[in-house]
Structures are given as C-alpha cells and as structure tokens.
Design a protein around this ligand. Structure first.
Ligand code: XIL
Length: 355
C-alpha cells in the first residue's frame, strides 16, 4: 500500500508537471514511463483492457510484457469472430480463441467475447443457399455452440455488433435480409439460453459523431429492454479522432448510460492522421491534444454510477498494432502506447481523468 501511495504521489507530481508545462517543455513519454512502477490496472477505478491478438504476443516480447503488466481485461481482436471460429458450416475452430482465453486466465484477467453476430460473415455463409429457417438454425447454432464452449470462462459477450445504419434505422445487413429485424432480439435470447450468467452487450460505433446513429442505437436498446430481451450492456466502440469535440464524447457516454445498462467503451482509439499523410509524424503538440481527449473520456466515464462501469478497452496496445494502419494504409498513432510500447501522454491522461 505504501508503495502504491508513494507511486501515486509521484504520478500526481508528474501529471501536474505534464499538464502545466507540456506546451513549453514536452516531456518524453519514455522518461515518464520508466519513473512510475504502477500500471493502468492499479490506477484505473474500473476494469481497463485491450483487444489483442496472439500473433503479436507470440512474436513481440514487448507487446506481451505490456499486456501482462497493464490490463485486467482482454478482448479478442479477431479470433472469436465468425470468420475465424467458423471455417465451415459443420466445423468450429476454437484453438486460436482458446489461446487468448488461456492467456487471460493465466494472468487473472477478465475475458470479453467479441463478437457473435456481425455482418462480416465467412464466405461459405455468404454463399449459403438455405431458406430463412436454415439461416435461423445457423444463427442459433453458432451463438449457442460458441457461448457454450466458453461458458464459465468468457463472462461477457458482444452478442450483436453494428446493427444500426447511419440514418439510425436497423442496418439491412445479411442477417436482416435473411431473418428480418427480429434477429437482434433472438440473438440475445439464444445467448442467454446458452449461458444465463453471461453479460450480454450490444456493440456499435458512431455515438460520438452522429445523433442519428446515437438515437437509433439507444432506442433499439430501449425497445429490447421494454420487450424483456436479455441485454445487459451497451458497447461504444469509440473509434474516434483528434477533431472530435470533447462535448460530443461526453454526450455519447451520458446518453448510453441513460439507458440504465452497463456501459463499455469497447474499442477506443483516437486517430491523428486525418489527411492520410503517408509521412505523418506525431508532434508533441498533437500528442498533448490527443491525451486531452483520452482524459475527457476517462473523466466522463468515471463519473457514471460505478454499477454501470463495465470498463474501457482500447483497440489493441501500441501505435504499431493499430488496425487502422493495415485497414487504411497510412501511419496513425491512435493508442496510449507508442510504437516501442513507451507510455504516451495519453496513458497518464487516462489515469488523471479517471481519478
Ligand atoms: C477489426 C480488426 O481490428 C481488424 O484486424 C480486422 O481486420 C477487421 O476488424 N469494429 C469492430 C471490430 O467491431 O471488430 C473491428 O475490428 C473494428 C471496427
């Protein structure tokens, strides 16, 4: 406790230095990182996690060490998606996802499952010729086989991912086309039947930049609750960027909490390269602005009733690991650790905001 307290005092000193002096005397993240021996999981008053993939834990020792040191919650970035776990109609491939669950257990971390039902389906399913009864059977069987496999080990699930369109109506994805809008409620029921103790989340993006999306998502959740559908939480992906207004972040979090559900900031990252500059370099000034947005998110999240704080999860660990680089093809620096796993200003701002 004494060590924790003295680290805490040190951290406060460091933070006040950073926030007062960062414009004139930007502090190198490396210097701060090595001077504080406690980590996110000690300082955050709610679970703090990252989405990870085992290819990186296997090949990057610093990545693995950072994950082990910093987090008390994990999400699988890809290994539990239908494309990974369901290679064919009659087979499941659990070995990849099992390794992440083993890793979480070994390190005493909570494991959050992502995701059971999403528009990104395997090719074999896209070509599946069956009628709606056959599609419903695939949906039910998929959800229940996966949830049953991880029963007692994966305590929460993103059951349905990204089911709301940009205009706030139900997205006309493949599940909607085959099964109608009721697939959403039924997915939650199927998951609940398989594991009645699991916490079941609806996960989506854009709450912070689109009132149409935010209202559509929140009203979907309200109607599921009104119909007694077993939904327990709302996941805000929050793949956001440096131009977002802090109040937009606050509104997103508050309005999600107004549903009364558990709130998970489930895929947080803050993009900085908004012009797709192939030679983009993160300057100290932009790093400080980015840190301020991380601070606002943590501060607002910490103000929610603790009974609704499921936690914050960043979408991977360091700036080299971000999905944005391979997906968009440009350098970006959206995470609290830099390309060498040094703590960025964002790291300290998260702790400052949450406390
Ligand atoms: C992304 C992964 O990070 C990538 O590695 C993969 O190629 C595509 O999916 N919303 C989600 C996540 O819910 O599952 C997505 O993850 C990012 C957007």
């Amino acid at each position: 406790m004494k060590t924790l307290l003295s680290s805490w005092m040190l951290l406060l000193t460091v933070l006040s230095f950073v926030s007062c002096e960062r414009v004139l005397f930007p502090v190198p993240a490396e210097g701060l990182g090595t001077s504080v021996d406690t980590t996110l999981k000690d300082f955050m008053p709610f679970p703090f996690g990252a989405a990870i993939n085992m290819t990186r834990t296997d090949t990057q020792p610093l990545y693995k060490a950072t994950v082990e040191r910093e987090y008390n919650s994990l999400t699988s970035e890809g290994a539990m998606k239908m494309r990974s776990i369901r290679p064919a109609i009659d087979s499941f491939y659990f070995a990849g996802a099992d390794r992440i669950v083993d890793f979480a257990e070994l390190n005493g971390m909570r494991m959050h499952g992502h995701t059971l039902v999403w528009a990104a389906i395997p090719d074999w399913l896209r070509d599946f010729p069956g009628d709606s009864t056959a599609w419903e059977q695939i949906l039910k069987n998929h959800i229940q086989t996966v949830v049953t496999h991880y029963k007692g080990r994966v305590a929460s699930w993103d059951v349905v991912n990204e089911a709301i369109a940009d205009n706030g109506t139900i997205r006309q994805n493949i599940w909607y086309q085959k099964l109608g809008p009721g697939y959403i409620a039924r997915s939650f029921q199927y998951a609940h039947e398989a594991d009645s103790a699991a916490l079941l989340f609806y996960n989506d993006y854009g709450h912070e930049y689109s009132s149409a999306r935010r209202n559509g998502i929140n009203s979907l959740l309200r109607s599921l609750l009104a119909d007694s559908v077993p939904v327990h939480g709302i996941g805000l992906q929050m793949h956001t960027n440096i131009n977002i207004h802090p109040n937009a972040l606050r509104v997103a979090i508050d309005s999600a909490a107004a549903t009364g559900l558990l709130v998970h900031i489930s895929e947080l990252d803050i993009s900085v390269n908004r012009t797709n500059d192939p030679n983009y370099v993160l300057t100290p000034a932009v790093e400080a602005d980015q840190a301020e947005l991380f601070r606002v998110i943590a501060e607002k999240y910490a103000s929610l009733p603790s009974s609704q704080q499921f936690g914050i999860t960043t979408w991977n660990v360091g700036d080299l690991d971000t999905w944005r680089r391979p997906t968009y093809g440009f350098p970006d620096f959206p995470l609290p650790f830099d390309v060498d796993y040094n703590r960025k200003l964002a790291y300290y701002a998260l702790i400052e905001g949450a406390n």
